[in-house]
Design a protein around this ligand. Sequence first.
Ligand SMILES: Cc1cc2nc3c(=O)[nH]c(=O)nc-3n(C[C@H](O)[C@H](O)[C@H](O)COP(=O)(O)OP(=O)(O)OC[C@H]3O[C@@H](n4cnc5c(N)ncnc54)[C@H](O)[C@@H]3O)c2cc1C
Length: 393
Amino acid sequence: MLGKLNIAIVGCGPGGLATALFLQRHGHDITIFEQFAEPLPLGSGLLIQPSGQLILEMLGLLDRIKSMASPVIQLNGISVERNRRALDMRYSNTSEGIAALGIHRASLFAVLLEAIQKADIPIVVNSRLSAVEDGDNGIRPVFESGVNSGAFDLLIDATGARSPVAGGKVTRLNYGAFWATVDMPQAHCIMPAALDQRYYRASQMAGIMPIGLNPATGNPGAALFWSEKPENAGQVIESGIDRFQQNYCDLWPEAEPFVSQITSVEELNLAVYNHRTGLPSPTDRLFHVGDSWHCTSPQLGQGANMALIDAAALAAALERSASLSEAGERYRKARMTHIRLYQMLSVIFTPLYQSDSLLKPLIRDIAIHHFARMPFIRRFIAKTVSGNLALSI
Ligand SMILES: Cc1cc2nc3c(=O)[nH]c(=O)nc-3n(C[C@H](O)[C@H](O)[C@H](O)COP(=O)(O)OP(=O)(O)OC[C@H]3O[C@@H](n4cnc5c(N)ncnc54)[C@H](O)[C@@H]3O)c2cc1C
């Protein structure tokens, strides 16, 4: 079996932090590097699927996460043009019946970071990776700062969708979204415990999701999003917050108690979506976790969960292998089918909800209306969104 390794992990997202926790537990020496002066989460809410919850439970962090999150029992979407249900998924249709957890990114980050600090794993900040040098004595991260950290037995790239060292072609998706965090209003007409959305064709989409604690106010919170093409983002900002609120409420009048809390365009964060499927371990000393080798649109709500699963799978692969090349092969085998399947599903489903097509949303509205009621299809959709389709660690 492999002995104690000196491992560099670059990136303080869910993938990097979870990988560090697993690998330190297995007795390896870990150093984390992060580009920012202080590790911090960017963005608003996300869904932790039953698949991701399993990994957090393995890390002993699930109860803490639950205390900061909201259960999400259903994904619901209405096509306003035809007044038809265009998304209908209930977690009760999985064999386990476990709900997802809506959480603010900052809460997930805080719990993982606290565990890293408790485990005394060092984080070296201001370390922006630009390349790696793979030599006889190990692999050396090259940082923009010019600081030489020395060589490591293994480098794990967890730098996310814009990784400077991952292969594979990156495709920028036509649509991204504006996100904001608000408090859950005392009175509202949105479906409780659901991620709820409204669509006009596939060119407009508004969504609201409960996220447990709003870290900015300490109150129960919600994430609100609005589909937008990145090239139109400047125009949205210039038009001002009143216009944004008006557009949102034109599509979804009942969302007014949520969207009226956003009082300035500065509260809107534009998220740009990329798609890439690379290789998990292109060399014996360089492994990738999370978005660095498989990013996609968040339509299926899987990215952070996939990063957590990668972390557990990579640690298991190292634990069971006699060499780094064997570990790379085990890791690839454990993750490739699951990743490829979800990347493909994302390519198929994203344009049904975010695209300029007229035909695809029509197909969506007809298909969901007729087929999503069939028990077999319901179970399939529920298992897919739970993250458990073809999952093995
Ligand atoms: C708007 C939006 C909504 C989403 N909703 C969901 C959801 O509901 N459910 C879900 O599971 N996923 C969701 N995702 C996807 C999810 O956020 C990502 O898949 C997940 O964060 C990937 O984790 P990661 O650790 O691989 O990378 P990241 O979270 O991107 O973390 C990368 C880390 O690396 C650091 N870094 C980057 N470049 C460098 C560098 N060159 N050198 C050093 N450090 C670097 C960054 O600062 C960061 O700390 C969503 C994504 C977006 C944009």
